[in-house]
Design a protein around this ligand. Structure first.
Ligand SMILES: NC(=O)c1ccc[n+]([C@@H]2O[C@H](COP(=O)([O-])OP(=O)(O)OC[C@H]3O[C@@H](n4cnc5c(N)ncnc54)[C@H](OP(=O)(O)O)[C@@H]3O)[C@@H](O)[C@H]2O)c1
Length: 315
């Protein structure tokens, strides 16, 4: 079968190749899935470039990709709840196991698979483990609720495009920021208002009760002015010493800082899929690349200005 792989860290256009590799065989608690769609996330190319080489499990030679959807081909001897032919979405945690979703067949523990409800497309399901669960966990971190005024910084990206409709579904008033070129897209997400982040923060329609910084680009010095009454801010990129000290200091602060450290789980993933199936959450897929152009999909993500979610169609 074919799989996208690299044998040395480096620039994606130089080191990534589609290779012929043996078909995976399931262990007793595993399933092998015929992958149809793979979701693209910034972590995919960051790993290839070696940005997390101290922490990630994937060391070259290695595959690419942390989320995918398709049909089950084979199940291991202990697997009872999933059968060949079932439509499933699954995740791989690159900090616990090598990434390998960008392949015609993928073997995963059955505990990392969730059935896809009827009416939810495979390509839509494929992008839910990372961005969908990040959005859910970010909304929980800031305690988003009815009437809250929430600023979503970097609203047009994969995570932001799911945070905005999730907040609206919770009854929050949402202001999304984006570049000048993203303003119309943010409007389609259902934000109550959108602002160009190039404008001074004093014109961002605050004050806010909470901030979700999807891009982790907000200048911390601007946060007290945006949330003069205090509140919660959640960011997507961990930084030292924030991840150590924020949990200790938050109880003494008016502005509480939280950092997302995504740990996908089947219960929350099923929750996100149910929201989609019930029509309460719309996933904005803006582009699908064929497998042969997977590197172009990763390059689009690497540009830093992706709108909504992008997939690679495997077969
Ligand atoms: N900690 C975790 O567990 C975790 C989980 C998921 C994601 N993440 C991280 O979260 C970040 C966002 O992920 P994503 O999937 O949403 O990425 P993405 O799809 O690539 O979107 C990035 C967005 O950032 C916006 N942006 C670029 N420059 C900006 C700036 N100066 N100010 C504000 N926004 C700016 C872009 O919007 P414009 O085009 O409008 O500029 C773009 O839409 C990535 O760094 C990712 O690695 C972390």
């Amino acid at each position: 079968m074919r799989a996208l792989r690299y044998s040395t860290f480096g620039p994606i256009a130089e080191v990534l190749r589609i290779e012929a590799v043996p078909e995976p065989q399931p262990g007793a608690d595993d399933v092998v899935v015929r992958a149809r769609f793979v979701g693209i996330n910034p972590l995919d190319w960051k790993l290839v470039e070696g940005q997390f080489k101290l922490f990630a499990k994937g060391r070259p030679p290695c595959g690419v990709g942390a989320e995918f959807a398709g049909e089950v081909l084979h199940v291991g001897a202990n697997v009872r709840d999933v059968r060949a032919g079932d439509r499933v979405v699954a995740w791989l945690n690159p900090f616990a196991e090598p990434p390998r979703a960008m392949a015609e067949q993928v073997c995963v523990p059955v505990t990392q698979c969730v059935p896809i409800p009827d009416g939810v497309r495979l390509d839509v399901a494929a992008v839910t483990p990372v961005a969908g669960l990040s959005a859910l966990q970010l909304c929980e971190m800031v305690g988003a609720r009815v009437g809250h005024r929430v600023l979503v910084h970097g609203a047009a990206g994969g995570v932001g495009s799911l945070v905005v409709p999730m907040l609206r579904a919770r009854g929050a008033y949402v202001v999304g920021t984006g570049s000048a070129g993203s303003q119309a897209f943010i409007r389609t997400l259902g934000a109550d208002a959108q602002v160009d982040y190039a404008m001074p923060t004093t014109s961002w329609r605050g004050p806010f009760d909470a901030i979700i910084d999807c891009a982790s680009k907000l200048d911390p010095a601007t946060v007290p002015g945006l949330m003069p009454g205090g509140g919660d801010i959640a960011v997507t990129l961990p930084s030292f010493p924030r991840v150590i000290f924020d949990p200790l200091m938050n109880r003494f602060r008016r502005i509480r800082w939280h950092t997302l450290r995504l740990e996908p789980n089947a219960r929350e993933l099923a929750q996100v899929l149910a929201l989609i199936a019930e029509g309460k959450l719309t996933v904005h897929l803006t582009q699908s690349y064929p497998f042969d152009r997977a590197v172009d999909a990763l390059a689009e993500s690497r540009s830093g200005h992706m709108r909504g979610k992008v997939t690679v169609a495997i077969s």
